[in-house]
Design a protein around this ligand. Sequence first.
Ligand SMILES: *Cc1c(COP(=O)(O)O)cnc(C)c1O
Ligand SMILES: [Zn+2]
Length: 460
Amino acid sequence: MPITHRPEIAPAEEHRYRAYFRCFRGCPGEYSLYQVIYRCPTCGGLLEVAHDVDALRRRSPQEWKALLDARVGTTEWPYGSGVWGKKEWVVPHIDDDNIVSMFEGNSNLFWAERLGRQIGLPDLWVKLCGNSHTGSFKDLGMTVLVSVVKQMIHQGVPIRAVAAASTGDTSAALAAYAAAAGIPAIIFLPQGKVSPAQLIQPIANGAHVLALDTDFDGCMRIVQEVTQDNTIYLANSMNSLRIEGQKTVGIEIVQQFDWEVPDWIVIPVGNLGNISALYKGLKLLQRLGLIRRLPRLVAAQAARANPFYRSFRQGFRERVSLHAEQTLASAIQIGNPVSYEKAVQAIQETDGLVEQATEDELANAAALADRTGMYTCPHTGVALAVLFKLREQGIVQGHERVVVISTAHGLKFTPFKVGYHEDTLDGVESRYANPPVYLPADPQVVREAIARKLENPPRP
Ligand SMILES: *Cc1c(COP(=O)(O)O)cnc(C)c1O
Ligand SMILES: [Zn+2]
């Protein structure tokens, strides 16, 4: 006895929609999403997934909102995923049977009430993308890439394995989704530069893990060589299928605010894929008429790996690439970011900014946030530290609504947390260290210790 009208969750008119690869710089040519191709054959630049926006516009903004809202939390495969709940906007034609999903997306927006009050910003929110199957936002892109590969294999394309260079989280996501699909995965990691959790994830998922004696940029060069062989499919974010999945994060944020646009979104960046994706999703919402304006995007970089910040400071007159130094924010220790051109567009078109944070700033920002109930990874620390600066400078104003994108779960970075609270991190003065107190099992000594602690409560 249905009382309220619920829109169809799986609409029949999917066949109307069309998506294909094209050159991001605008060279002519369209390529199938099920073709092994990563760069424009004409200019060598990045590809992007293009959609037939006119076909999508035949559904009104109100209809799209109702459809997307109805899918949140549904058990109807595959629409309960935050990515596949927007299937028509991502990869419209893929067979549902080939979709490899772990119900990624729909991660919670945390109202950072106490932290926000401390910096005079009561409308501060943190999008917890680390609350996901493998503990980072990389799941959003990997579900799309691995699903397309599964469909290609199904269609008879000779693919033997998927491969990626990684700063840790890409490999964890690729290994998990590939294992779920039964596709071999080959992972290239910079030796000694990923956390123990990130190293063990692909090992546990049965991937072929190659730890190379180089940094991420070195791994990236090797994987591009190896994937010249078309039977080994490249899963780095140069592959714009990942961007299509990751772009849902911006859409989801707006949806979670009942389709209102925040004033700012701050995001930690390395290879610059995720900020490109964030912009692409928001831009699609605008083109489809679901929103009118765009939020201002802030790219947050670690000062030890800051090529994009340096380019920005020169007004993007030239593309900077450099040797990235070791940083606690290991997932963004990248000196030659692949998605540079897409990210420049994201900053320019949103009146955005690029700012940086030192090791000391990122670690203390993360610890301060943890004191208010979060459990932040170092990259989220970079974004928070950058926000604190922009707030202090009055660039971000107290009445504005700000979303910080938390890219990974803090549980992946235990050595960072331990090192901070032991005050042993290089270049960091641990202002909020909270080491355990070691005591004999003596009630009197324990009572005295508790009394001392409660007389000196931590700062609010
Ligand atoms: C991959 C990653 C980033 C950076 O994303 P890019 O697309 O490389 O800019 C930031 N934080 C974490 C935790 C990541 O895994
Ligand atoms: Zn081109």
